[in-house]
Write a protein that binds this ligand. Sequence first.
Ligand code: NAP
Length: 293
Amino acid sequence: MDPNVAAERNIPLNLYRHTDPLEVEVLENRRLTSPTSPSDVRHVVLRFAEGKFRWLEGQSAGIPPPGLNARGRPNVPRLYSIASDRDGEDGTGTTLALTVKRLVYHDEEGAERRGLSSNFLCDARPGDVLRMTGPAGKDLLLPDDPMANLLLIATGTGIAPFRAFWRRRYGQPVAHGATWLLFGVQHAGDVTYGDELEALQKRDGFRLDLALSREQTTRDGRRLYVQDRLREHAEDVWAWLQRPETYVYVCGIRGMEFGVSDALGEIAKAHGQDWDALRERMVAEERWHVEVY
Ligand code: NAP
């Protein structure tokens, strides 16, 4: 998005930078994944003074882990999508939640390594004071039109900005378009915000399709991913893509972008259309949004 357009649309950006961060207090740190899951994903709620921070759904906040990097400089902030709508967790705009997965991996020698920032956040305790930067990002924002249909495709912690979307959309007593969430995780116990998703499924126009990659397989025996769900529901997907009020958002693990694009390409081809041309049109109309890393 053009910076002038961002300013015109009053999108808050970088109110706090690395050199001058905002102090925030940890209010809550709750595990979202089942106790037996190897994946430790947490809902970390941060509180700040009234009027000190504002953001829009789809933006991120930065948390610099304590300490210095190898060059003796303060560690740079790691960005996390904000999982709360602009009114925050308690409706007063003074709290926001981050969805954080503890990164633990093994290096080439087999030694266990822990991601500095994610472990710092996952270990944070209520009352701890952290520094926060942001908000950052202007590419994953909701359309102004509440009647837009949202096709949301998430993997893992890529669900965070979509939680902000659904809280904004379903937290207000205004008419809105349909929402279809396709959400991929490894196991059923890794479905974060399951209670909220259960409640949403009772709301008109909300649809959820899960892809549990380590519990479900495709017909040819591969791990089932969100793109396989798109293929499975190709006719519905195509009907959604035909509507000018449909906005597509893809968020999560990097490889999913290609998988999702391939699936949509196949669906378009089966209907005699060229996906690249359709996607270009959607990009130009700000109806195609991808944030993966
Ligand atoms: P994860 O648990 O490793 O994976 C989530 C699901 O995605 C699993 O079911 C996984 O299947 C599946 N998956 C793996 N490769 C895929 C592919 N090529 N296409 C479709 N699905 C695939 O996810 P995570 O650890 O939460 O990581 C999510 C990623 O999102 C991270 O890289 C994180 O940095 C990023 N993220 C981005 C944003 C953002 O851009 N705003 C926000 C939050 C998180 P298998 O493991 O069974 O193969």
